[in-house]
Design a protein around this ligand. Structure first.
Ligand SMILES: [Zn+2]
Length: 363
């Protein structure tokens, strides 16, 4: 055979095989595809969050304005103001909470954000109340402190920026850290007592959405103002506690879904529905962009009849838009079956690993 014939045969084989190769690559689960798929950036289409900030424990940790801080500071004593606003330090062995052994929560004296629990308090012998970990690491801010000829790490309240003390790396296990506090920066609430409103997590509502790869949907909801948290998981199938492998390769009936906890004073369910339709294409049956399979179906899982009615009405309105002219919206709308959170490595995948799903943001 001449070289030309061999070349033509090879070209024919390559052309015939290409659609199959593309199909199998698309049908592969994300974690075996390789980095080229996950590295595709569409950051110019991503939402940014300028709204409230929430911690993992569900507290509003949006930084307070100078005006709000000044108003709260009117309630401080002269010594508390000196310590919290002007970075003072109380005398060792003189603080009121040094020997407190009661069970309960230590909140910020200025803004009442919960900072430490009695569970992590220990006797350090330094003369100041000491803890080995905060109730939520996002509640504590840190600044380098080179004052008094020392190199230290100052700790402040993440919400009001009030001075708390310092953190050192000579603490006990399991963290090895010693958070050294001024009693004057804290207020103690007994475990039996009800915490004040400013110390409680915000009241959230829940919504569930499935629309292709949960890495991408989770990331986009997480970045939506008013969303407290978004968790990737599996929902809508027949298998209890499914694994990612089972959902990808076996007939579990589960969809990759995202549980969204939101602050209803900041964002409504209808606004979440509208965002969901921007985040995916609800006219694609059992696929989304490069992802093919029933686990990538479009679905809204509703927590009650009210959400169910709202979702159905929303879809009816959407079907009249130019965007969906000549196309059928195939999104399933049902009462939410059990949601199974996905394996830890799927959570906050893009935030931890960078990149984003190669799917566009729809108008
Ligand atoms: Zn505070």
């Amino acid at each position: 055979m001449s070289a030309r014939i061999i070349r033509n045969v090879l070209l024919f084989v390559a052309a015939a095989a290409a659609p199959f190769v593309i199909y199998f690559v698309r049908a592969m689960p994300h974690d075996v595809r390789g980095p080229e798929y996950t590295a595709m950036e569409v950051s110019d289409t991503m939402q940014t969050t300028d709204g409230p900030k929430y911690s993992e424990t569900g507290h509003d940790i949006t930084p307070l304005s100078q005006e709000q801080i000044a108003e709260l500071a009117q309630d401080l004593t002269a010594e508390e103001a000196h310590i919290m606003l002007r970075k003072g330090t109380e005398a060792a062995f003189c603080g009121t909470l040094l020997d407190n052994k009661k069970e309960g929560t230590y909140v910020c004296r200025l803004c009442a954000l919960p900072l430490f629990s009695s569970d992590s308090k220990f006797i350090s012998g330094t003369g100041w109340p000491s803890f080995y970990k905060p109730v939520d690491s996002a509640h504590i801010g840190m600044h380098r402190d080179r004052s008094h000829g020392m190199e230290r790490v100052e700790i402040v309240c993440a919400r009001c920026d009030g001075h708390l003390g310092h953190v050192f790396d000579d603490g006990p296990k399991p963290t090895g850290l010693r958070y050294c506090l001024n009693s004057a920066s804290l207020q103690f609430h007994d475990a039996d007592a009800e915490l004040p409103q400013a110390s409680r997590p915000i009241e959230t509502e829940t919504a569930y959405f499935a629309g292709g790869c949960f890495w991408g949907i989770e990331d986009r909801f997480q970045n939506l103002s008013g969303v407290v948290s978004a968790v990737s998981g599996y929902q809508g199938g027949q298998v209890d506690d499914p694994t990612y492998r089972e959902v990808c390769y076996e007939d579990t009936g589960h969809a990759e879904a995202v549980r969204v906890l939101y602050d209803p004073t900041q964002i409504t369910y209808d606004e979440l529905l509208a965002a969901f339709f921007r985040f995916h294409d609800p006219t694609q049956l059992n696929r989304q962009g490069p992802d093919v399979g029933t686990q990538y179906r479009s679905a809204i899982f509703c927590v009650d009849e009210k959400q169910l009615e709202a979702a159905k009405q929303f879809i009816e309105q959407q079907s009249k838009r130019d965007r969906f002219r000549g196309k059928k919206i195939v999104t399933q709308v049902t009462i939410a079956p059990t949601f199974y959170p996905a394996e830890e490595y799927h959570q906050n995948y893009y935030a931890k690993n960078g990149g984003s799903c190669p799917i566009p943001m729809y108008k």
